[in-house]
Design a protein around this ligand. Structure first.
Ligand code: FES
Ligand code: FES
Length: 223
């Protein structure tokens, strides 16, 4: 004899919240104390958003809420009712990677990868608001995203390159971005011990620290 299926009572310990996640409307049941970070990772299986300090200090959990970057460890899931959330899983489209994702990959800016989703989404919001940011503006916009492992130069360069692509410019990575500041036009990668190395290091520092109120130009792509 077929067993009668018991109808489960609704789980009153959970809230049912309707929101749009990466363009899709979802109704997610979750415990009302959960942060958006926990809801994304534990209830919606969107583990691209990373779990760092949980204190609002590292930026690794950054997502876009109604197009603005927020730290998802500091936002309650309940606050997302009726709102639009974008995570790194929503960045690539049918035509492939988002230009920021491609630039991060091409330039090696996804160094450890852990902080990368937060950097990508914060940079996306910047470029939507300011398509031609200067280096200081990029640094300012990404100031809340910490890299714990390697450094920021590749990340800033990748945002500059993606900005050029998004403006429709045929740009390619600077050679020094790919090969370092001791790249020479002969195609060799000489090592420079002693004073020469020190001069190159100083040049690199100066380039990284340069202020300036104009975006740095990119070479046009060779045809
Ligand atoms: S995990 Fe949210 S800011 Fe660090
Ligand atoms: S690149 Fe992720 S912490 Fe440094």
């Amino acid at each position: 004899m077929a067993r009668r299926r018991e109808k489960l009572p609704p789980d009153r310990s959970k809230a049912l919240v309707a929101m749009t996640v990466n363009g899709e409307r979802v109704e997610a049941p979750f415990e009302p104390h959960k942060t958006m970070l926990e809801v994304l990772r534990e209830d919606l299986a969107l583990t691209g958003t990373k779990h760092g300090c949980e204190l609002g200090e590292c930026g690794t959990c950054a997502v876009l809420l109604d197009g603005k970057p927020v730290l998802s460890c500091l936002v309650l899931g309940l606050e997302c009712e009726g709102r639009s959330v974008e995570t790194v899983e929503g960045m690539a489209g049918p035509e492939g990677l988002h230009p920021l994702q491609k630039a991060f990959a091409d330039l090696g800016a996804a160094q450890c990868g852990y902080c990368t989703p937060g950097f990508l989404l914060t940079a996306k919001a910047l470029l939507e608001e300011n398509p031609r940011p200067t280096l200081p503006e990029i640094r300012q916009a990404l100031a809340g995203n910490l890299c714990r492992c390697t450094g920021y130069v590749k990340i800033f360069e990748a945002v500059e390159l993606a900005a050029a692509w998004l403006r429709g410019e045929a740009a390619e990575p600077r050679k020094e971005s790919l090969y370092g500041y001791d790249f020479d036009e002969s195609g060799l990668l000489p090592s420079h011990p002693g004073p020469v190395g020190a001069v190159l290091a100083a040049a690199r520092e100066a380039a990284v620290d340069e202020g300036g109120d104009k975006p740095r130009p990119y070479r046009a792509k060779a045809r």
